[in-house]
Design a protein around this ligand. Structure first.
Ligand code: THU
Length: 128
């Protein structure tokens, strides 16, 4: 299996999801081949929950990474779990039109481009 998918599946094991019991893992690869992982981290106030994808992006940014090539998202669903709307905004802003790989526990995978998952984005170009 692609190591990026394996990294997302492993990260999923660290999910803190005591409220939804829905565990998600993410793995983001930069242009140097480094991989930054994330899992969803839930909160008793629900609204403060952070998704796996955003944890991975913020970890990468905080460690100095700036250019990205691919992100993998792992969840235990038959219909593969795509990034939520908030994560699409963040992925677009920091990663642009990267490849988005989805995987489930059976090893089923699908691949998308961010521009197809997030058409007509609002981004920094509007603020020029
Ligand atoms: N979640 C993610 O971490 N990523 C996704 O792509 C979809 C949703 C999390 C948020 C929450 O902890 C749980 O899954 C249920 O929504």
């Amino acid at each position: 299996m692609d190591p990026l998918l394996e990294a997302a599946l492993s990260a999923r094991e660290h999910a803190h999801a005591p409220f939804s019991h829905f565990k998600v893992g993410a793995a983001l690869q930069d242009d140097a081949g480094r991989v930054y992982t994330g899992c969803n981290v839930e909160n008793a106030t629900y609204g403060l929950t952070v998704c796996a994808e955003r944890v991975a992006v913020f970890k990468a940014i905080s460690e100095g990474a700036r250019k990205f090539t691919r992100v993998a998202v792992a969840a235990d669903t038959g219909t593969l779990t795509p990034p939520c709307g908030a994560c699409r905004q963040i992925l677009w802003e920091f990663c642009g039109d990267i490849e988005v790989l989805l995987v489930n526990l059976e090893g089923r995978t699908e691949s998308f481009r961010m521009k197809d998952l997030f058409p007509r984005p609002f981004d920094a170009t509007f603020l020029d």
